[in-house]
Design a protein around this ligand. Sequence first.
Ligand code: FES
Ligand SMILES: [Fe+2]
Length: 390
Amino acid sequence: MNIPLVDLDRVQDSIENARGMPNRYYTDLDAYAEERDALFADQWACAAFASDVPEPGCVYPVQLAGMPLLVVRDKQDTIRVFHNVCSHRGVKLAEQPEKLAGMLCCPYHSWTYDLTGKLIATPHVGGVGQHKVEGLACEEHGLKEIRSTIWMGLIFVDLTGKAGEFEDRLAALYARWDEFFPSRQYDMLEADPESGSWELELNCNWKLAVENYCEAYHLPWIHPALNTYSKLEDHYNIVDESFSGQGSHAYRLSDFEGYKLPTLPGWPESRQQNAEYISLYPNVLLGLQADHAFAMILLPQGPEKTIERLRLYYMPGVVGQSETATARQSVLDAWQEVFTEDVGVVEAMQRGRHSPGFDGGKFSPVMDPPTHAFHKWVAKKLQQHHEDAR
Ligand code: FES
Ligand SMILES: [Fe+2]
């Protein structure tokens, strides 16, 4: 394969000299496959929300960078993630989210798996009326389970088992956010799947959604309403090894006809108007405010298509209460407006990526460090992957 490593070196140069990721990583199927292996299989990547499988028996199929996965909540209430494929002839097992009354049955020849992935039944496999056959040990042909973990209601997967400890992955983020949320009780935040969910499909590469989220630079032109109170000058850059983004000093705590959403414990009084927006590489966008949080999962569906899935989170006692419904709706409306305003530019960046006149782009050394940090991470991981493959 012709791998232009020199381009990836250039991405990692100082921001004054660097260029952004080359166009092929936004348009080309081979490059997309490289990213799938280097960025989505070798790292902790996010597949779904735990609230996608609310009860035992629920299954939720997800396509992550071309890979069909299946999230299952088994009868013991354990969430597991499997490759969504039958061990017999490779039929994709589940196509729709549903709550199963019993087991998972393949639509082709009815091989049947329990919700822990064990192969339980293989009808007529040894001839009519013979449901066992020599040479087929059911215990060796269950569903392939993927290492997974849950944090803040997000299900992360480690497809190749090479991703290391998840706690290590979060260490720098925890350290950063200790000043807002010192107890680190992210799991206490409750997702609002009923009225705090939103999905949209973007005609762009997944990286463009990350890049756009990382920066505040576009605020005056793309988010004029937001810019009236949370202005460009109220923002600052956030750059780390494995995440980047921006913060605001002008977040307005939500106030709805006198009702105030409860705030996260330990959040300092003097920092109530502080909010941070971080892209946790590769595919989660996090927003942390004193009175709510959100997570956006990016699911690449090809080099030029991405599904965004948003979920809002609140302190316990808020979700599902009728007296908080107006507040929750207002929070959702506000974020829908902002994310909708971004669609036009991320899709225009995608169209621009077909231009032979674009070399990855010239960064602003002042406004673009978070985006450059993301590009450097992508380039470094791709290079490491190429080196490991040699
Ligand atoms: S492909 Fe699933 S049972 Fe044959
Ligand atoms: Fe934006």
